[in-house]
Design a binder for this molecule. Structure first.
Ligand code: CDP
Length: 584
């Protein structure tokens, strides 16, 4: 079966060509000959029905069909989508529905290889894994049982990378990993340079786990202690500013390492009694305890613009309804997912974390006529995310009245506070929505558009051309649309220097490289203020940005209360995911 435009229209789904390609490649059911066995509408029905089935566990008279219909409408209108593994696996044999996992790595051969095996199983199902390698003894330490010499965290990362590469061939999508090493681990300098030195770490994002003590040492230009992870004894010192300079320079060169502020993440740990958060998922937005997983889902803000074209605004009533249904959907997803390990199942069902976020933020700003790089955009961000956060907490509170608080509640920092007697230990996370945004034909996460028209590489190789529909509509309405102009824009990526376009349009339709790195970061910080977990954001820098520019961004992330930061300087990686259609 080939999907035709007619088929979508008949099913009432408004899917763009790129969405069709992505769904055909990896999401829709296929038979053993590779022929498609479901349409996108059938996929949404499969997902909605499966997730609605959780209702019977709480109410034997639940109207599952009605809830399934409610879920279906949410998905088919592209108002909300759950993370990719839910779309791929709900109601199917694999049944693993979460995108984000963190696995512990113990300092023993058994521990390391257990973790490797678990990561492979998770990758097979489309989930991503984060690890802290900080507990591994440093390179060249003694190995007690054999009298040999330990090879250290970086050499083990290579094994994880190779395993990921192999699983990719048969799995649902390319597996992704996050490796975190604490800044006080003795191998930190090797870690900072490891991606530049080893092409075989290409399936990893890496981040340095920064501590308050380290940032204070940077501020005061002091040395700080390196400690042996086995007994926390100091085994050396480094100059904090030199380490900071090295990681900033390396990030300038090729985007890695990012940084995560571990102490800050742990200040927001809802269940500190259950352990420390040592790592995030691969894209950084979801800090988790070891052996914890999280289901994410994203609301498409482009669908919540109130109809009045004279003074467009946000339809908060509709948004509220969607938040409440989405929280219920994600809470159900926890029960319907099959987790690859008993220990993960226990941890997930004990904390019941969910990560509701948004996508289509840049599209929303276009529709509201607000430039991304403006104070007004920051206040829109705070207003919207504050609202989503607040309503998701209320929805979780209401669910707890019917279904009970999350089982670890009494051990959590909410214990005894009836205003925070939640069903879910966390409710909000802002994901990158790399694929979800293609399926929904909206801008991804909270990112500005990369370009108004560009070529996107999806699923490793396919190249797809895109023109932003809001820009196209305005161009036609204001009478400056022409094929030639659209092509010119695809080549340039930005309209900032084009004389034929009205100034007011240029101000609103800004793209990633028209926006200064500081504005990128301010936007991340605005969203972080109203997000339980963390925010996925890439701070884009121009090709000619300096090392000092990167340093300023890292400093600002710290000052503004972000939980981490990822930068990307144009052209600094060989296989850039997004590129302009004409090589520059
Ligand atoms: O849009 P989609 O749901 O496919 O994913 P995303 O929002 O771009 O990424 C959310 C999370 O999914 C990431 O942080 C990873 O944990 C995981 N992921 C992965 O494991 N492998 C990928 N190729 C992409 C995402």
């Amino acid at each position: 079966m080939r999907l035709t435009r007619d088929m979508f229209v008949r099913n009432g789904l408004d899917l763009c060509a790129n969405a069709k390609t992505v769904l055909e490649r990896r999401y829709l059911k296929k038979d053993s000959d590779g022929k498609l066995r479901e349409t996108p509408a059938q996929m949404f029905h499969r997902v909605a029905r499966h997730i609605a089935r959780a209702e019977t566990a709480y109410d034997e008279n639940a109207d599952v069909r009605k809830v399934a219909e409610q879920f279906y409408t949410l998905l088919a209108d592209f108002r909300f989508l759950p993370n990719s593994p839910t779309l791929m696996n709900a109601g199917r044999r694999l049944g693993q529905l979460a995108a984000c996992f963190v696995l512990p790595i113990e300092d023993s051969m058994e521990g390391i290889f257990d973790s490797l095996k678990n990561a492979a199983i998770i990758h097979k199902s489309g989930g991503g894994t984060g690890f802290s390698f900080s507990r591994l003894r440093p390179k060249n330490s003694m190995v007690g049982t054999t009298g040999g010499i330990a090879s250290g965290p970086i050499s083990f990362m290579k094994i994880f990378n190779t395993a990921t590469e192999q699983v990719k061939q048969g799995g649902t999508r390319r597996g992704a990993n996050m490796a975190i090493l604490r800044v006080d681990h003795p191998d930190i300098m090797e870690f900072i340079h490891c991606k530049a030195a080893n092409a075989e770490l290409n399936n990893f994002n890496i981040s340095v786990g920064i501590t308050e003590a380290f940032m204070e040492a940077v501020r005061d230009d002091r040395t700080y202690d390196l400690t042996d992870p086995r007994d926390r004894r100091p085994v050396g010192t480094l100059n904090a500013r030199e380490v900071y300079a090295a990681l900033v320079e390396q990030a300038w060169k090729n985007g890695d390492p990012g940084i995560v502020f571990l102490d800050r993440i742990n200040r927001d740990n809802p269940t500190p009694g259950l352990g420390e958060m040592e790592s995030t998922n691969p894209c950084g937005e979801q800090p988790l305890l070891p052996m914890e997983a999280c289901n994410l889902g994203s609301i498409n803000l482009a669908k919540f613009v109130a109809a009045d074209p004279g003074s467009p605004g946000i339809d908060f009533d509709a948004l509220k309804e969607t938040v409440w249904t989405a929280v219920r959907f994600l809470d159900n997803t926890i029960d319907m997912s099959r987790y690859p390990l008993e220990a993960i199942d226990r941890m997930v069902k004990g904390n019941r974390k969910i990560g509701l976020g948004i996508m289509g933020f840049a599209d929303l700003l276009f529709q509201l006529n607000v430039p991304y790089n403006s104070d007004k955009a920051l206040s829109v961000a705070e207003e919207i995310m504050g609202f989503v956060q607040d309503e998701s907490h209320k929805a979780s509170l209401a669910l707890a009245e019917q279904r009970g608080v999350f089982p670890n509640y009494e051990k959590s920092r909410f214990a005894g506070d009836s205003r925070r007697a939640y069903r879910n230990a966390t409710t909000t996370t802002i994901a990158p929505t790399g694929t979800l945004s293609i399926i929904s034909n909206c801008s991804s996460g909270i990112e500005p558009l990369f370009a108004l028209s560009f070529v996107r590489t999806v699923m490793d190789n396919d190249k797809l051309a895109e023109v932003n529909p809001h820009f196209e509509a305005v161009a036609k309405r204001e009478g400056f649309y022409s094929e030639a102009l659209m092509e010119a824009i695809a080549g340039a990526g930005t309209i900032a220097h084009m004389d034929d376009i009205p100034e007011a349009v240029k101000q609103v339709f800004v793209t990633a490289h028209d926006i200064s790195p500081e504005w990128h970061l301010r936007m991340q910080a605005a969203f972080q203020k109203h997000t339980d977990n963390a925010v996925s954001k890439t701070v884009n820098l121009a090709r000619d940005a300096t090392v000092e520019d990167v340093r300023k961004i890292y400093d600002l992330a710290w000052e503004l209360g972000c939980k981490g930061v990822t930068i990307y300087r144009d052209g600094s990686k060989e296989n850039q995911v997004l590129s302009f259609s004409t090589a520059k």
